[in-house]
Write a protein that binds this ligand. Structure first.
Ligand SMILES: Cc1ncc(COP(=O)(O)O)c(C=O)c1O
Length: 426
């Protein structure tokens, strides 16, 4: 349901408005800005826990592992919050492995996904003792077997299969389950490659993995992917390839505009009974679902100007801080931090970067802000900071984790020295 504020339900709960002033949990956003400035990412620990508990409860009828997809938001404070709830991690690089382990996520709850793992990354995963590598090609399988043999080990493996499902996601870049993408092992090749893998000296087959895309709001495509996986599992049993888990990836969609999101209960109702019949563990790799609605980006309005029949609200946050609007045509609610009840109008909310594609919201009807006022860009907990850059030599924002009345700075704002710290030989 659309909330009065235009903010999706969980976000509205995590970022309540009282007397016109927006807070995160019990901390007014103006207090956070006074302490740490703008642009500032703010996350609600309570909202993250609530989402995790919802999914965990829905999966309770089967043995399961919620392997949080670190790429959505790898801040150590966020990872520790999830680790304390019993989350594992879905990682795609040596860097994410490092973060997950630092945050206290046990290695045997870590899934290593990704289409292009280097030998160094494979070795790091083996040394750490992760739960499984989601292998995406025959080349990777051979490299992993050779490496594991050389290290005197056997690598735990699931093959990521590509079920050739054309998933309805809001943007083509987030569809990963159809045959023409770079992801996974072609459906037609999967069975024979499993039989080869089962005989490789450095490989121990443990599961099947699929991930069909991101921000999926219907249960149907997940069900279709599961049917493919169940059929494959049946045939592998016939050829005596033993399995321990089925990994159905991530992709559960959230509400950006206040409309319906996918509910964990509806999703589980379609998936869990069939998985229960196999007796196998169910692994899921949600990212956005757990953290997306739990985050806001606070930014200050620098200038307001008119031109070409448009009104531009120029903010101190840009596409380097939040790239979703420009990269995925992502829509985010833009809220005044202190509602003044002023005239509404159509504006483009744009950043300071030298690109026409640098915007946070286009043609948006909202209370027209004045220079110096604060805006909150909502639902940016996933693929917000984690996709940020220093483009235009901008220092990346600070990040704050709020838990009830407590606000903790979990990443300091970068400094000018940080911008040049890795450059040498000058
Ligand atoms: C392999 C894999 N698993 C999980 C995810 C998480 O997706 P989401 O954040 O939509 O849940 C991704 C996202 O790209 C992915 O590539």
């Amino acid at each position: 349901m659309l909330q009065e504020t235009g903010i999706p339900p969980l976000a509205a709960q995590a970022f309540p408005r009282s007397g016109g002033l927006l807070s995160c949990e019990q901390v007014p956003l103006t207090d956070l800005v006074s302490r740490w400035g703008t642009p500032l990412y703010v996350y609600s620990a309570g909202a993250i826990r609530e989402r995790f508990a919802e999914l965990d409860g829905a999966l309770a009828p089967v043995p399961h592992l919620i392997a949080y997809s670190v790429k959505a938001n790898g801040n150590l404070g966020v990872l520790r919050t999830l680790a304390a709830m019993g989350a594992g991690a879905d990682i795609v690089s040596g860097g994410e492995l490092h973060r997950a382990l630092m945050a206290g996520i046990p290695a045997d709850r870590i899934m290593f996904s990704g289409v292009g793992k280097t030998v160094h990354e494979l070795a790091a995963g083996l040394n750490a003792g992760i739960k499984a590598f989601n292998v995406e090609s025959e080349g990777e399988l051979c490299a992993l077997s050779d490496l594991a043999c050389a290290m005197g080990m056997r690598a735990p493996v699931a093959l990521r299969v590509n079920p050739d499902i054309d998933t309805p996601t809001p943007h083509a870049y987030t569809r990963t389950g159809h045959a023409a993408t770079k992801f996974g092992i072609a459906a037609a090749r999967a069975r024979s490659l499993y039989n080869i893998a089962a005989k490789m000296p450095g490989i121990r087959v443990r599961g099947i993995d699929v991930h069909i895309g991101s921000q999926i709001l219907e249960v149907g495509p997940f069900r279709q992917a599961l049917e493919y996986v169940l059929d494959l599992a049946y045939h592998l049993r016939q050829s005596e390839v033993e399995l321990e888990f089925l990994d159905l990836g991530g992709g559960l969609g959230i509400s950006y505009e206040g409309g319906d999101r996918i509910s964990a209960a509806d999703w589980a109702a379609e998936i869990v009974p069939a998985v229960a019949e196999t007796g196998l563990q169910l692994v899921v790799e949600p990212g956005r679902f757990l953290v997306g609605e739990a985050g806001a980006l606070l930014t200050r309005v620098l200038y307001v100007k008119e031109g070409g029949g448009k009104r531009f609200v120029i903010t101190d946050a840009g596409m380097n801080d939040l790239i979703r609007p420009s990269h995925y045509s992502g829509w985010h609610a833009v809220e005044p931090v202190e509602a003044a009840g002023r005239e509404r109008g159509r504006v483009d909310v744009v950043g300071p970067i030298c690109e026409t594609g640098d915007f946070l919201a286009l043609d948006r009807e909202m209370e027209v802000p004045r220079p110096g006022e604060l805006l909150a860009i909502m639902t940016v907990g996933a693929y917000g900071f984690s996709m940020s850059s220093q483009y235009n030599q901008r220092t990346r924002p600070a990040e704050v984790l709020v838990d009830g009345k407590e606000a903790t700075l979990v990443r300091r704002r970068e400094t000018l020295d940080d911008l040049v710290a890795a450059e040498i030989g000058l």
